[in-house]
Ligand binder design. Structure first.
Ligand code: D41
Length: 670
């Protein structure tokens, strides 16, 4: 073969090996993907026309190719031992003490590694070239998975650096990256195939693909954690050996540490546990190894596990239990959530007896029945979830479907499910015990009845002391009742009674807003008030009729309609009116005369005659929308004094700009 071509193949191979090393091992990409692809294609072309190529360890071989009909058995030259476990700090301390007692040195060091949740494999390099990879199997014999392992992105097909041993067997864990796992499962589901239960199963499934092209498409990674057979000299410390492997371009976890002392060992466990959710791969504990290799040999092994290493696992995040019942919880805003009542089970370090089921869609997806055996998952501090049902364990005699309530379990108001939303909600906002606090806070808030001195804390106190159960009862409060509350003096009590009195004089728009009807904000309340002018007219309006109001679509119309069909809500509205809430009659502006309908205003700067919120209300009363920022859709910007960036932007976009005086004239004219 042409020497020049041979030289190019060597040069391009080295270039790609460097790119791979920088990208996957050092985690420092040196060139854009396109550059990598270009060099890769160049090498592919040369290899195609060169006899004897591609070589088994060419970078082009990392994409897979060979499909096997079965895997060959491989006998490990040195058995792959298993790992002992400890389940509590004391057992770890005992392990450390036993090792310390066998040593003449004080404070022996430990090499600490995260316990990767994948599967163990052995990889053999001869003269720096990857020649064989095998699964651990039973520790004696495994399967030859060389073709698949060669496709693992962060694993070199050729070692680099100085003093490479003529023979080197590295042992480590094959795992799947968490992000890649989610993507893979989505792809599998979309293709109608069964998703994997967890990244470990996905890694195992991928490694056992007979077609190495499939394995190549899977986001697998590998980290070394030990050396098997080798020829040549290696360091006499576990940690330093790991460093040596790193020096030869082999991937090792960044979290491997050399540590002395009980406390430091326990601190590591704590720290990595906290870091766990942020790691790119799953770990299920920490592995502690005596660092000194000579001491490892002194300690030897029992049965099939070394006495010089142990794993301290995190509490299991999954456990099996039974769904004894499903209850429905009403949230502060009326959302009704199904909650599984579980036979208590220890999971994620705590005993769990409830798990959220989210909504109807989730229950359908999981296919849960009451009485089912399920896998419950609690990872970190998140709420326990039902991960899956054990269908093979289902006993049809003992299971029954989950029935959603038609009425709120707290107040018996009607329950609604809005199209396009998964959650069901209680419609008894003003009346429902679960929603009382929020409803009254909203009622008293600044944009609603604006009851001075009635803050959120006080509302909570009033409800908790059973002094009020609905907004209407606010107006029956007496100074004596209020003074009986903690940190409430006679003066504050009187003041509050006074502001309650003042708040009774309001506007229809504020009143409508204060009722807390879903999706009826300030602007919609304004539009409703202008359109109907009286509360009686709003109460009786049909869904169709409501949709004639500017900005009210079918969904909002339904919210309003159903709100006024709830007996309890009507009761509260009537009580409020009886308590003396009133507003000035509205001068009807015919809809056709609403000259600002469809226009979008932005208000900026400060004003002399009208307040910003008065301007906003005035514009909204005339059918305009008032937005917070200037865009191409903005019709007019009302600019007061010291207007800033919004004004500049309006000028740039050529939007009409109006000063306060012009606005006042306009409002007077209309
Ligand atoms: O991360 C792991 N899963 C891990 C597994 C690790 N960091 N170190 C390990 N060390 C060993 C010995 C001490 C026997 C060399 C291991 C395993 N073994 C192991 N993995 C599966 C079986 C044994």
């Amino acid at each position: 073969m042409n020497n020049e071509i041979q030289a190019s193949i060597t040069q391009l191979s080295e270039q790609l090996e460097n790119y791979n090393y920088q990208y996957y091992v050092l985690d420092e990409p040196s060139v854009p993907d396109a550059e990598y692809d270009r060099v890769f294609q160049q090498l592919l072309k040369l290899e195609e026309v060169s006899p004897g190529h591609p070589l088994a360890n060419s970078p082009t071989q990392k994409v897979g190719g060979l499909a096997l009909s079965k895997f060959e058995q491989v006998t490990h030259q040195k058995p792959m031992l298993s790992l002992d476990n400890v389940f509590e700090a004391q057992a770890l301390k005992d392990f450390m003490k036993r090792a310390q007692d066998k040593s003449s040195t004080a404070n022996i060091a430990f090499c600490i590694e995260p316990k990767l949740d994948g599967l163990a494999a052995s990889i053999i390099y001869e003269n720096g070239l990857l020649i064989q990879a095998a699964t651990r199997g039973d520790g004696q014999t495994g399967e030859n998975v060389t073709e698949n392992v060669k496709t693992i992105k962060n694993l070199p097909l050729k070692l680099r650096g100085e003093n490479i041993p003529p023979l080197l067997e590295v042992r480590g864990e094959v795992f799947m990256l968490k992000a890649g796992f989610d993507k893979l499962n989505k792809k599998l589901s979309d293709a109608g195939e069964k998703p994997f239960v967890n990244p470990r199963n996905a890694a195992a499934g991928s490694l056992r693909q007979l077609d190495s092209k499939v394995a190549a498409s899977r986001p697998l990674g590998f980290y070394c954690y030990a050396v098997g057979v080798f020829e040549g000299e290696l360091a006499n410390s576990q940690f330093e050996r790991i460093e040596q492997l790193k020096g030869w371009g082999l991937p090792v976890s960044e979290e491997v540490k050399q540590v002395t002392g009980e406390q430091a060992c326990l601190d590591y466990y704590q720290a990595i546990g906290e870091k766990r959710p942020d790691l790119a791969y799953e770990i299920d504990g920490v592995v502690y190894k005596v660092d000194n290799i000579a001491l490892q040999e002194t300690l030897g092994f029992v049965a099939r596990a070394p006495r010089w290493a142990t794993a301290f696992k995190f509490p299991a995040e999954e456990a099996v239990t039974i769904i004894e019942n499903v209850e429905f919880q009403v949230g502060r805003t009326g959302a009704i959530t199904p909650v599984a009542k579980l036979k208590p089970v220890f999971v994620g370090g705590v005993t769990v007896s409830n798990a959220t089921l989210h909504n109807k869609d989730e229950i359908k997806r999981l296919g849960i029945l009451i009485g089912d055996e399920v896998v419950v998952r609690r990872a970190g501090d998140v709420i326990p979830q039902v991960a899956r049902v054990l269908l093979d364990k289902r006993d049809l005699q003992k299971t029954q479907p989950i029935v959603f309530p038609d009425v709120c379990p707290v107040c018996e108001s009607r329950v609604e499910r809005i199209e396009g939303e998964a959650t069901i909600r209680c419609t008894g906002g003003l009346y429902c015990g679960a929603q009382r606090k929020e409803a009254i806070k909203h009622f008293a808030s600044r944009k609603a009845l604006d009851i001075d001195g009635l803050g959120n804390k006080l509302v909570e106190l009033l409800v908790e002391h059973n002094l009020i159960a609905s907004p209407a009862q606010l107006f029956d409060l007496t100074t004596e009742q209020l003074s009986s509350l903690p940190r409430m003096g006679a003066v504050s009590a009187k003041k509050l009674i006074n502001s309650l009195q003042i708040s009774k004089k309001t506007t229809l728009a504020r009143f409508l807003y204060s009722l807390g009807i879903r999706e009826v904000g300030e602007a919609t309340a304004n539009n409703l008030a202008n359109h109907y002018q009286t509360i009686e007219a709003v109460k009786v309006a049909s869904v169709e009729n409501l949709q004639a109001v500017s900005d009210v679509g079918e969904i909002v119309a339904k919210h309003i309609y159903y709100f006024f069909r709830q007996e309890h809500n009507i009761e509260v509205v009537n009580q409020l009116l009886e308590a003396g809430i009133h507003w000035p009659e509205i001068k009807k502006v015919a809809e056709s005369e609403l000259s600002l309908t469809g226009q979008i205003f932005v208000i900026t700067g400060s004003f002399n005659v009208m307040s910003r919120s008065d301007i906003k209300t005035a514009l909204q009363d005339l059918g305009a929308k008032v937005a917070g920022s200037v865009s191409k859709k903005t019709t007019t910007v009302i600019a007061g004094e010291a207007a800033g960036s919004k004004l500049t932007k309006a000028q740039e976009l050529g939007i009409e700009i109006m000063d306060e005086e012009t606005l006042l004239n306009l409002l007077n004219k209309i």
